[in-house]
Design a protein around this ligand. Structure first.
Ligand code: SF4
Length: 361
């Protein structure tokens, strides 16, 4: 390996020995299933490999083909997705499955261009599916690959403007032979050796050609401005319990944060603590009492702090939502922040237990 340029063959030789065993990867010379590749790539957008694993298996068991997923009820898909976060992905996943099943006879397009026309598939996912499922020489640049390329070519420009240069440099590496394996090898290198802190350069197949390594500062690349602090938003959730024990849930609007998911009714979530009477936003007229404790949850763009009001023994009143018995709460698509509210609100003897293991979402 005394050459000056990184060679794809060196990375591929490393990958043949060190590839990660991931549930969506075809092994033992089998051809990848485009449905499984697409499903994993949608789930992996903004979510870690470790979190995605069980969800991927659950979806594949429930809906083993794109046609089966297309025929599923959207509420069931949202429910299965609950906890993975970024819920517009689940709606797009279902829409995309329906397009492939109905307009394309269940067969995914095998080019980046064709894939990019489908709902929920942006340029990155189109390139990843084209490369991994169809072995197209597409250049796939995720966060891991950005880091590897910035270090390999010692790109000192700040992110995000550096992205363009990184893409161009990454494209010069993509080989004609085994581009799908190469794309996955780049991701694996970034995930296992070329890590954000303390990269394992002595074990890297490109150690001798890496300019960042040679300059002695790979971990400082890619360069980023310091992160701004997340703003904090505040709100109040309303835990309404009917005299038969049922609690009030409602469905969030289809668009926007947690769109289409079920929620414990709450006020709007605002950056200033609301000065008006929070009970104006209560979902039913009742004797509301403030509960001790609060729920905190971090979304991508803000941190949320929710206080809790509760009313019990509510009689037969009309309410905007559905009344759900506590043991049936697990049948509804509750995102993680809502599960946290449920966990705080329920008395210990009411808690349904394993349904409410916290996940990020
Ligand atoms: S030598 Fe080090 S910094 Fe360079 S690509 Fe390999 S792991 Fe990353």
């Amino acid at each position: 390996m005394g050459q000056n340029r990184p060679k794809a063959t060196d990375l591929l030789a490393w990958y043949d020995v060190h590839a990660r065993h991931l549930p969506w990867r075809a092994r033992g010379g089998r051809k990848p299933d485009p449905y499984a590749v697409w499903l994993s790539e949608i789930m992996l957008q903004q979510t870690t490999v470790a979190t995605v694993g069980p969800y991927f298996q659950k979806f594949l068991n429930k809906w083993p083909t794109v046609k089966a997923l297309a025929a599923a009820d959207i509420d069931e898909v949202m429910h299965a997705w609950a906890g993975l976060g970024y819920y517009s992905r689940a709606r797009n996943l279902h829409a995309c499955a329906q397009r492939v099943a109905e307009d394309l006879e269940g067969i995914f397009p095998d080019t980046e261009e064709g894939l990019a026309e489908l709902p929920g598939i942006g340029p990155y996912t189109a390139a990843a599916v084209a490369a991994i499922a169809f072995d197209r020489p597409a250049t796939v640049v995720d966060g891991n690959v950005e880091r590897v390329v910035a270090r390999l070519f010692r790109i000192e420009e700040m992110m995000p403007p550096a992205k363009k240069i990184i893409r161009e440099k990454a494209a010069t590496l993509t080989p004609e032979k085994r581009p799908g394996d190469f794309a996955q090898a780049m991701m694996d290198l970034g995930a296992t050796l070329c890590t954000p802190r303390n990269p394992s350069c002595p074990r890297c197949p490109w150690e001798t050609v890496c300019q960042g390594r040679r300059a002695g500062n790979p971990e400082s690349l890619p360069r980023r401005a310091p992160k701004k602090e997340r703003p904090v938003r505040y709100g109040t959730a309303f835990w309404a319990v009917r005299s038969d024990g049922a609690v009030l849930l409602r469905k969030r609007p289809p668009k926007g944060l947690l769109g289409g998911m079920m929620e414990v009714p709450s006020t709007d979530w605002l950056e200033d603590k609301p000065v008006t009477d929070v009970l104006d936003a209560a979902p039913v007229k009742a004797r509301w009492k403030k509960r001790s404790g609060r729920v905190e949850h971090t979304f991508t763009h803000f941190h949320l702090i929710l206080e809790l009001m509760e009313a019990r023994n509510i009689g037969a009143v009309k309410a905007d939502g559905v009344w759900v018995m506590p043991d049936k709460l697990g049948e509804h698509a509750l995102p993680t922040v809502m599960k946290k509210i449920v966990a705080l609100a329920m008395d210990d003897n009411e808690k349904p237990g394993p349904l409410f293991k916290a996940r990020r979402g």
